[in-house]
Design a protein around this ligand. Structure first.
Ligand SMILES: [Zn+2]
Ligand SMILES: [Zn+2]
Length: 175
């Protein structure tokens, strides 16, 4: 199970989505803790150690579990200069704590944006052969950096296009 999580987290690297939290049920939590203890050769792993190891908030729930929560601000790249946003985690934090719903790009442009939150299942199969990847070029920007998270879950590393991944909620205060 840890392997799957590592693989999902590493396939998100370089994309516009940032993993922020992992939600587990008590059984999968126990499994991960024991896998990590085996890997590290420790007797027991505290909640804090697990959190640090994954660099994610770890929550235990009974419903909607075994997911990684992803966030992204959109649009990305910047609509003015077409540069990709940098320091995504900070940009998202700032966006969430700011009432103006303005995204700030690396060049200092400010534009209205929205925050999207996705739930990514840990157990969907992320290991795919080349022939199972029907899309190789991004329909939005024409880039060739398509990252697959599952057979029909994919996103572009260069822009905020994705395969219709359904945002669980969006933050955009209309006024
Ligand atoms: Zn810009
Ligand atoms: Zn693209």
């Amino acid at each position: 199970m840890l392997e799957r999580i590592y693989r999902l987290l590493s396939s998100l690297k370089g994309g516009t989505m940032i993993p922020t939290e992992i939600v587990l049920n008590p059984q999968s939590y126990a499994k991960i803790v024991s896998e990590l203890a085996d890997t590290l050769g420790y007797e027991g792993i505290s909640h804090l150690q697990l959190t640090h190891h994954l660099a994610l908030t770890v929550s235990i729930q009974h419903e909607n579990t075994d997911i990684i929560v992803l966030k992204e601000v959109s649009p990305n790249p910047c609509p003015v200069c077409h540069r990709r946003l940098t320091f995504l985690r900070e940009t998202i934090d700032r966006f969430e704590s700011d009432d103006a719903n303005q995204v700030r790009c690396p060049m200092g442009h400010r534009y209205p944006g929205e925050l999207k939150v996705y739930y990514l299942s840990i157990f969907q199969d992320s290991a795919l052969g080349e022939k199972e990847k029907p899309i190789k070029v991004c329909p939005e920007c024409g880039g060739e950096h398509i990252q697959y998270l599952g057979a029909d879950v994919m996103f572009c590393l260069d822009c905020d296009w994705d395969s219709g991944m359904e945002a669980r909620y969006r933050l955009r205060r209309d006024r």
